[in-house]
Design a protein around this ligand. Structure first.
Ligand SMILES: [Zn+2]
Length: 257
């Protein structure tokens, strides 16, 4: 095979879709290439050497041949299987949701070392027992790296301070909005003061530190809903894994293996 047509990449598998009887197209994300698609021929056959190395959420070293329309995976070797994320349906759903965000927020053929770093850190955190609210830290980081850094320190509209028991988080305004600016904010969700404080900390602290913050169930729900609104606004429709996580929570027995 022509050497110029081959490239190597350390990537995380975001998703797979099957085509034909035995092939699959994988969407991968690498620090120096961003998101890319490649097909693995015969990967669903029992004798495929790549089988087992390309499950979604696996960090994998691949050798890829440039194809005319679609690149072709020729080798795949697992670097990190993130076993705990496979063994726990709930954790796996959170991690797949992060993968879907990476898929939706990033572009092809573009180095994205910071996004790759954030993504591996949230997977590492989830796989090593960090509480699930670390996903909020990842959402904020991914949005900031994608040009949607939320204004959380002062009113996003007038720059004024944010008094009161609750604060409006407005996606159209790009952050918190003070009482006086609510009418011009384009709408949003009222969040409690403690939710606002934790969101600020989530944005400013390393994910490992944020993972040590105690968050009760009600606050975890509030944080999740607040950022879901913003992400929904930014991506203009709700990522389907968010729906998937809801489904898992509602009917765990039904979806358990
Ligand atoms: Zn204001």
């Amino acid at each position: 095979m022509d050497r110029d047509r081959l490239y190597r990449a350390d990537a995380i598998v975001l998703r797979r879709r099957n085509i034909g009887d035995a092939d699959s197209i994988f969407t991968l994300f690498a620090a120096d290439r961003g998101r890319f698609d490649a097909v693995a021929r015969g990967v669903r056959k029992a004798r495929s050497k790549m089988r087992g190395h390309l499950e979604p959420l696996t960090r994998v070293r691949v050798l890829v041949a440039k194809g005319r329309s679609l690149d072709i995976l020729t080798q795949a070797e697992t670097l990190e299987a993130y076993r705990p994320l496979r063994d726990d349906l709930d954790l796996g759903a959170e991690a797949l949701y992060c993968a879907e965000l990476v898929d939706r927020f990033t572009v092809e053929a573009n180095g994205q070392h910071d996004v790759f770093d954030s993504f591996t850190r949230v997977l590492d955190a989830l796989a090593t027992g960090a509480p699930r609210h670390v996903v909020r830290s990842f959402e904020l980081a991914l949005m900031a790296l994608s040009g949607f850094d939320l204004q959380l320190g002062a009113c996003a509209h007038c720059g004024g301070s944010l008094p009161g028991e609750s604060i409006l988080l407005s996606a159209p305004a790009g952050g918190f909005v003070c009482m006086g600016c609510r009418g011009q904010s384009g709408g949003g969700r009222l969040v409690s003061r403690r939710c606002a404080a934790v969101l600020r900390f989530a944005r400013d602290a390393p994910i490992e530190t944020f993972g040590q913050v105690q968050v009760d169930e009600a606050l975890a729900r509030e944080l999740r809903a607040a950022l879901a609104d913003v992400i929904h606004h930014v991506l203009d429709r709700e990522p389907s894994s968010a729906q998937f996580i809801d489904d898992v929570r509602r009917a765990p027995a039904q979806l358990s293996p």
